[in-house]
Design a protein around this ligand. Sequence first.
Ligand code: EPZ
Length: 423
Amino acid sequence: MQSEKNAMVVYPCSRLAGEISLQGAKNSVLPIMAAAVANRGVTVLYNCPEIADVYTMAALLRECGCVVDFKNHVMTIDAKNADNGLLHSSDSTRMRASILLMGSCLGRFGQFSMPSPGGCAIGKRPVNFHVDAMNSLGASVCENEDGVSGNVSKGGLIGGRITLPFPSVGATQNVLLAASCASGGTELMNASKEPEIWDLCDYLRMLGADIQGERTGHIRIVPKSSYEKDVSFVVPADRIVAGTILTAVAGTTGNVYINNIDCDRIECVISLLKARTDSSGRGVILNIDRRAELDCVISTGPFPEFPTDMQSIFLALMAVSGGFCIMEENIFDTRFNAAYELNRLGADIRTEGKLAYIYGRRKLHGGTVTAGDLRGGAALVVAGLFADESVMVRQCHYIHRGYENLAGDLCRLGAVITENKEE
Ligand code: EPZ
């Protein structure tokens, strides 16, 4: 099958095998980059993934006045002379994480503005929880058709008690960023407990903030008056990339060892796929000689429930394995785009509101499908491995937003995937 620009051709694969170390976590590194703006020192990030969203965030940090250098997975952020919270570039509209600069910019510069953030087309992506939380800390922030903007009175942000209406990951992160720059402590209730929150808290503690409770949903923050520290931080491996690789093995067969993932970050995926953790707890092995059998109902939910970012990828596995499955998507309101593309390869997935009914044991045939978002694109690549003929996946730029080299990772384990990257 002839490839075209910005497309991958995935060939049928019956077995994946080998050992792999995974890229740093996209959803951990982006909030930490935003947090670095509040530090009047130098932050060095190791195992920083070379993905589109990181380059976009680096461009936004430069617009804030940071000096950012990034090569060979090492990012150096010198925010000593950062001085600008009024962001105009369209970079902010390319991803959701740009909203995380609000907390740091309000905290450090006392002002913030930005065109409305972008993000995958997986549903409405309002920022009302973020705006309300900032205003609870003494800011005056509002969102209008031009974007989000706000400022802080002379006294700066003031710590307080906040209860989020939903354990929103991004809103939790923005509260952590702003509260770390406020005067007085903050208590945050109904906070997200995702591993990405743990990592942000680890970084903020390195700077000197006193933070407790990030794994409980009830977080207490006691800030320092300012941050001026040279720190280095190793970005943990990406749990969704790990789940993607494990799902690919479960649908083909094989023997794969991921040697750098904290297993407590993807326990539910590990148990669903009957993978096992190595003695160190920092590695996961999946060794199977027949395709996984899934006959189950899975509901996505806040950590430690099944991660919404794994939902599309699991649809691909359910389409070929097991009998009848139901997937319930409880986090986003339109995150079944991949189902339509999978059906074009022969899957039988019927969606109704937040439920998808998957009639499994289907044989997938070849064809051309189009990625519509990051994780939906990854699902189509994984489905190509399970198919009986080659599959072309178009619009692969979506995949490159979060996967440093999904094709390369899978090829290192025995898959055959050709990619024609857009310039
Ligand atoms: C983060 O998005 C991740 N993105 C998403 O990963 C992930 O799917 C999501 O958390 C849930 O785990 C990044 O970390 C950059 P939320 P975020 O705020 O923070 C609603 C990927 O593929 N909501 O927890 O935007 C919202 O609409 C991406 O890597 C409001 O209503 O997610 C959603 O229905 C996709 N108002 C729900 O809450 C708000 O102000 C959860 O969103 C904020 C959110």
